[in-house]
Design a protein around this ligand. Structure first.
Ligand SMILES: NC(=O)C1=CN([C@@H]2O[C@H](COP(=O)(O)OP(=O)(O)OC[C@H]3O[C@@H](n4cnc5c(N)ncnc54)[C@H](OP(=O)(O)O)[C@@H]3O)[C@@H](O)[C@H]2O)C=CC1
Ligand SMILES: CC(=O)[C@@H](O)[C@H](O)COP(=O)(O)O
Ligand SMILES: [Mn+2]
Length: 417
């Protein structure tokens, strides 16, 4: 099956070697091992002894947890992004055979270590270089880092194709879409509908949203996730990023992608076919299911996700998203339509805005306000051409971050006055 827009996954399965669920042992690296996705991946591996041998585990600052995971999984190497944490990591792993390294470059090198399967689960644009490095190695690349496709779409797909890697979506909606597409002709697809929980503020008024505090936004109704994606879910930017992610992953036009709010997060995606059939993938909201799907692909492996009891759940409900209260979804949709540098700018501005909200410099509605201002100004100051290479993407990302930082005081003044 051709999975991506540019055919990046068209590599015969047999060439990948150890890629089956239970039957063959795979060499695995986890980038972002100490995060929510990283921990879930390693939990799944611990529950399926013999399914994987761990090559590299990486983190940014959490040296203590990285060392624990490396010891538990008998990893070949443990790599920390922050050089200040090197000594802590080294001391924690002294007397073991586990190799230790630190620094941004070392994380990228860890991504290049020979493996069969890499989980790319570093959050944000910080994950771009490591994900590109892994993609160039000709392996199965489980992609959780959605910012990579949003910020670097075409360039990333080219790197995957050039490296002969297979891209496996981990994001729950995209894993669901892949599952609902398998074995069906691509040209029969009419529409892909991503579901959104609606986040913790689904029923809040605009006035309430203006007062929303970080600790309230960090309470996702259904999923346990890292801070950045949890705020993205609250603004609905997460679904906007996922629209762009889906555009790059699947062979459909932009107009064939849509979003429906589904507060229970049981149906993860719906694929509509030309005969009127709609295929949905369902499951309890637990990332170990999509991770298991990517780890065992094209087979299946067992995951401990709670089984669905639909009679107990009783109702699955659906509603349209509200673009007035959640303008981030509209901004992402417009950036997808505009193409060029817009998705890179959108992603960078969102990362600055989310950090500013978490640091209480701007309010919740300041997040879309800052992104909108950055996008408006970027066209003149950065230009609209699509960045073609990884270096161009990173340069555009840096310019957009600077612009968003420069515009932050304007948003703060507007909120105060
Ligand atoms: N959580 C989820 O359920 C889902 C997540 N995703 C996506 O997966 C990605 C990871 O999300 P999540 O696991 O929630 O995030 P977390 O914040 O929980 O974890 C992020 C991981 O990345 C590491 N990291 C952070 N910054 C850097 C850096 N500059 N250099 C190297 N490593 C870094 C962190 O290390 P440290 O711990 O040391 O800071 C940590 O291991 C995101 O792109 C998210 O959108 C997609 C779908 C679902
Ligand atoms: C688990 C996962 O894939 C998240 O991206 C999830 O979709 C977040 O929930 P929202 O539907 O609230 O964005
Ligand atoms: Mn998702």
């Amino acid at each position: 099956m051709r999975l991506t827009r540019n055919g990046a996954s068209a590599r015969p399965q047999a060439e990948l070697g150890a890629v089956t669920g239970q039957s063959t042992r795979k060499r695995v690296s986890v980038l972002g091992a100490t995060g929510s996705i990283g921990e879930n991946t390693l939990d799944l591996i611990a529950r399926n002894p013999g399914c994987a041998e761990i090559v590299a585990l990486t983190a940014n600052t959490n040296a203590a947890r990285l060392a624990e995971l490396a010891l538990q999984h008998d990893a070949e190497m443990a790599v920390i992004g922050d050089p200040d944490q090197y000594q802590t990591l080294k001391d924690a792993l002294a007397g073991t055979k586990i190799a230790v390294a630190a620094g941004e470059g070392a994380v990228v090198e860890a991504a290049r270590a020979p493996t069969d399967w890499v989980m790319a689960a570093i959050v944000g644009a910080a994950g771009l270089r490591p994900a590109f490095a892994a993609a160039e190695q000709g392996l199965a690349l489980a992609l959780a880092n959605k910012e990579c496709l949003v910020s670097a779409g075409e360039a990333f797909l080219r790197a995957v194709e050039a490296g002969g890697s297979t891209l496996l979506p981990v994001d729950s909606e995209h894993s669901a879409a892949q599952q609902a597409m398998q074995g069906h002709p691509q040209d029969a697809i009419e529409r892909i509908l991503l579901t959104a929980s609606g986040g913790p503020f689904r029923e809040w008024t605009l006035e309430q949203l203006r007062q929303a505090r970080p600790e309230q936004a960090l309470k996702h109704p259904n999923w346990e996730m890292g801070q950045k994606i949890t705020i993205d879910s609250a603004t609905l930017m997460n679904k906007g990023l996922e629209l762009i992610e889906a555009y790059y992953l699947f062979p459909v036009e932009k107009a064939q992608l849509g979003v429906v709010v589904h507060p229970q997060s049981i149906v993860h995606c719906l694929v509509e076919y030309c005969d009127g059939s709609v295929l949905a993938q369902m499951g309890a909201p637990d990332m170990r299911t999509p991770i298991a799907f990517a780890l065992a692909w094209p087979e299946r492996m067992c995951a401990p996700t709670e089984r669905l009891d639909l009679a107990r759940i009783g109702q699955l409900t659906f509603e349209a998203p509200d673009a007035t209260r959640f303008p981030a979804l509209r901004l992402a949709h417009e950036a997808m339509e505009a193409g060029g540098s817009a998705p890179t700018v959108l992603n960078a501005a969102n990362e600055i805005a989310v950090a500013a909200f978490l640091n209480k410099r701007i309010g919740f509605m300041g997040i879309p306000a800052l992104i909108a201002r950055t996008l408006d100004r970027a066209a003149g100051e950065i230009g609209t051409a699509a960045p073609e290479t990884l270096d161009e993407v990173l340069a555009t990302d840096q310019q957009a971050r600077q612009l968003a930082q420069d515009l932050l005081p304007e948003v703060m003044r507007a909120e105060a006055g």
